[in-house]
Design a protein around this ligand. Structure first.
Ligand code: G6Q
Length: 543
């Protein structure tokens, strides 16, 4: 048995689950406590969390908080903020929190305060963003830049694209940002087909500057630019880099004077508020970008200082553990009722699944409990007309996070009231359902009535904020970063490496020459892979 499952709080939770927890019904819990909706809430960094519609009672919460204590959440959290090398498999500190630390903060890594460097890069980014936004930065032929194309993938794409869409309301509308990530040539071709190379700036965003997809796209973008502008000197006006690898940037042909750096203590999926956010900063401007960072920092401070029982990331993390490890729930749905947050669940998918999709503990032992859930979702109300059916009446337990804002950015009456009515209606329907008696009382044909029963008791969290501002978006992202941290700390796994993506990369690099070889190559894969490769080669030859 692992150390986690031996913890007294874990064992007590197991007993509590079997005796009581699994039988808790939201309808009863609300009937027993008229104040439940007022008391089971917490606030921090501008976010209000209502967690009353969860299958927990006072005892569940007390035991979950004990679990947090016994799993050493506070010590682990403090070690992260202090710059300890908690990413043990890569021997790295985990300091995305330093990216949004105010200028006078001191965060030491290997005997050096890293905060001044962070602000130095931010200032350089702001100066560059200002030149693009004002039209001062001219392309090779003397035209100002109108479109920025960020080339990057994974952590060097998902954050910027999510936040660019998320903060589009605040963006300078005569500039457009596009994002190219996929090695599928269609991505680049479609994104540049209507662009003028003389007015296009590429930001090649790659921590390592060796990623196959990004470097392939960057080389093709370079060729596209050169084909039009016919001079190597044009590259300096149309390409900048965001990376930790100056040598590779130089050898690609980008002047390091136009490189914006970050550090090995920033993980890819935690890097959107480093220089990786350059495209976003150009779009929304340095002031909004700094507001975004301030929101991240608000949540960092909340996470660092709020008591566990009122700590938003801790509460979300613990409730998730309750469903994941005791009820056996496999997935979590993230449902923002905000069109600007269309990419938020895709972003969280990487943040959570790449961080906590692990099968061994920090010391390398196989876990004997479930780790990270499958994260998915879409903005409401669209999902209601698609997959909500399964959440309401299917056989799977799917805890959901609803995210909503009191004041719309585009106040087009009556849209926002309708949108919000749907948020409240959905969480109410999921929690309380509709019994057979209620259905029959409505005069429904008894044969059809079972189909119209909603069991209810489906758990939800509701996160409510005043308005989608850069600051609130920062707080929201940091909330989920720290939720993922809390869960990883409880499961005693390394949330900051991603070895699981390596094997496929290595095999792909072996297969590329097999696809490109003139003569029939000797294939040593399994019979399925060999046959597929041969079939592909034959198909390409026949072209
Ligand atoms: C994130 C991962 C991964 C990474 C991409 C891109 O945590 O490490 O998604 O961001 O593989 O890597 P580069 O930025 O090095 O190109």
């Amino acid at each position: 048995m692992s150390t986690l499952t031996q913890l007294p709080a874990w064992q007590a939770l197991q007993t509590h689950y079997h005796a009581e927890g699994q039988h808790l019904r939201l309808a009863d819990l609300f009937a027993q406590d008229a104040q439940r909706g007022q008391t089971m809430c917490a606030q921090g960094a501008g976010l209000y969390l209502d967690y009353s519609k969860n299958r927990v009672n006072a005892k569940t919460l007390a035991l979950l908080l004990e679990l947090a204590e016994q799993a050493g959440i506070t010590q682990k959290r403090d070690a992260m903020f202090a710059g300890d090398k908690i990413n043990v498999t890569e021997s790295r500190a985990v300091l995305h929190t330093a990216l949004r630390a105010p200028q006078d903060t001191v965060v030491m890594v290997d005997g050096k305060n890293v905060v001044p460097e962070v602000h130095e890069v931010l200032d350089r980014m702001a100066a560059f963003a200002g030149q693009i936004r004002s039209g001062q930065w001219l392309g090779y032929t003397g035209k100002p830049i109108r479109t920025i194309v960020n080339i990057g993938i994974g952590g060097s794409d998902l954050g910027p694209v999510m936040a660019y869409e998320g903060l589009k309301f605040y963006s300078q509308r005569d500039l457009t940002v596009r994002f190219v990530s996929n090695v599928d040539g269609t991505d680049l071709v479609e994104k540049v087909r209507d662009l003028d190379p003389a007015e296009t700036l590429f930001i090649v965003s790659s921590k390592t500057f060796t990623t196959q997809e990004t470097m392939t796209n960057a080389r093709s973008a370079r060729a596209w630019t050169l084909e039009a502008l016919q001079d190597e000197a044009a590259i300096a006006r149309h390409f900048v880099a965001v990376s930790t690898n100056a040598e590779q940037v130089r050898s690609f042909g980008i002047d390091t004077a136009h490189m914006f750096g970050f550090w090995d203590w920033v993980g890819g999926r935690y890097s959107m508020d480093s220089a990786i956010g350059l495209s976003l900063m150009i779009a929304v401007g340095p002031d909004h970008y700094r507001e975004l960072l301030a929101g991240f920092h608000d949540m960092d401070e909340h996470f660092r200082t709020a008591p566990l029982a009122q700590n938003l990331p801790v509460l979300l993390g613990l409730l998730g553990v309750w469903y994941n490890n005791f009820f056996g729930a496999q997935t979590v749905a993230i449902l923002p009722y905000e069109q600007y947050l269309a990419y938020f669940s895709a972003y969280l998918q990487q943040l959570d699944m790449e961080s906590n999709g692990k099968h061994v503990t920090l010391s390398g032992e196989q876990v004997d409990y479930q780790t990270g859930p499958v994260i998915w979702g879409q903005p409401g109300t669209n999902g209601q007309h698609a997959f909500y059916q399964l959440i309401h009446q299917g056989t799977k337990l799917i805890p959901c996070d609803f995210i909503a804002f009191v004041r719309p950015l585009n106040p087009l009456a009556p849209h926002h009231d309708l949108l919000m009515a749907n948020v409240f209606a959905q969480t109410e329907a999921l929690a309380f359902g509709k019994s057979l008696d209620q259905v029959l009382a409505g005069g429904v044909d008894p044969d059809v009535a079972p189909h119209r029963v909603f069991e209810g008791n489906r758990p939800t969290n509701t996160l409510l904020a005043d308005q989608l501002t850069p600051r609130i978006l920062g707080a929201l992202i940091a909330l989920y970063e720290h939720k993922v941290f809390v869960q990883g700390a409880i499961w005693n796994i390394n949330s900051f490496d991603q070895w699981g993506v390596e094997l496929g990369k290595v095999l792909a690099s072996q297969i590329v020459p097999e696809l490109q070889a003139e003569d029939e190559p000797d294939l040593h894969h399994d019979s399925s892979t060999n046959t597929l490769i041969r079939r592909y080669r034959a198909g390409r030859k026949a072209e």
